[in-house]
Design a protein. Structure first.
Lengths: 164, 98
């Protein structure tokens, strides 16, 4: 019954340069992805993927990005994502790479995955913690994350140092 | 077809033109499609190309949409396609029945 099927691609932006975070905005990211699609799949690929393409959600602190595209062209999009090499905004260009985390049919499935993924990432960070203060902070975040809408989003509270 | 009377491409330049057409329409993936130029006649500017059957649509669409060779107007006309090379020796479109 879903005549207008879309796919939502969840990815994270990884960069060695901490200043890259300020480039994580929808216009810069959209341009970078479309440029990569043009390089890899040409005019046809760009036209195919652009039909229903938007950056649905961005989180500059965690580097999480949610992209939307048509179901028929999500393979073109996903195969072009590893070719995004840098983000450019306000005349500054920083190298980065996009890591695909999950492809889902609805925003809700991606949200559920993201919450679960962030929880496991917080646990990992907890294990790598060096001092007690960070430990307390992360433990507090872990205990407070949940799926209910009136609570704070679980993705925003992790201690993120930008390197994995 | 090159309607102006300028310099004609040689075989290597012809292959380059085909790959460029693929790259413009289908990107690096298209340019990586293995296309062979089996024969090429500079005088008539006609050639026989070989491509894997799953790549025929990409190749044909790329050739159709190519409009320029070195800033000169040009056009590709596909006369015949066949899975067998022998079939290309006679063009059934030009067959005259008595």
């Amino acid at each position: 019954h879903a005549a207008l099927s879309r796919r939502y691609v969840l990815c994270e932006v990884l960069s060695e340069d901490p200043r890259c975070r300020q480039c994580i905005e929808d216009r810069a990211l959209g341009l970078a992805v479309r440029d990569a699609i043009t390089r890899v799949h040409g005019d046809y690929g760009l036209a195919c993927c652009s039909i229903s393409f938007t950056v649905k959600y961005l989180n500059a602190y965690t580097g999480t990005v949610l992209l939307r595209c048509r179901k028929d062209s999500y393979r073109l999009l996903c195969s072009a994502l590893p070719f995004v090499r840098c983000l450019e905004s306000r005349g500054q260009r920083y190298p980065c790479c996009l890591n695909t985390l999950h492809v889902g049919g609805t925003i809700r499935t991606c949200q559920k995955f993201l919450i679960h993924y962030n929880r496991t990432q917080l646990l990992r960070l907890l294990q790598n913690c060096t001092n007690e203060e960070e430990r307390q902070c992360i433990q507090k975040s872990l205990l407070s994350c949940s799926l209910r809408e009136e609570q704070s989003h679980s993705g925003d509270e992790e201690e993120d140092d930008g390197t994995e | 077809e090159l309607p102006d009377g300028g310099v004609r491409p040689n075989a290597a330049q012809f292959k380059q033109l085909v790959v460029t057409a693929l790259r413009e329409l289908h990107g690096e993936v298209g340019a990586a499609l293995p296309v062979d130029v089996l024969t090429y006649e500079e005088k008539t500017l006609s050639a026989i190309l070989r491509v894997i059957s799953s790549g025929l649509v990409k190749l044909w669409s790329a050739l159709t949409l190519l409009g320029f060779y070195q800033n000169r107007r040009c056009a590709f006309r596909v006369l015949q396609t066949s899975p067998f090379l022998l079939a290309l020796s006679g063009n059934s479109r030009e067959l005259v029945l008595d």
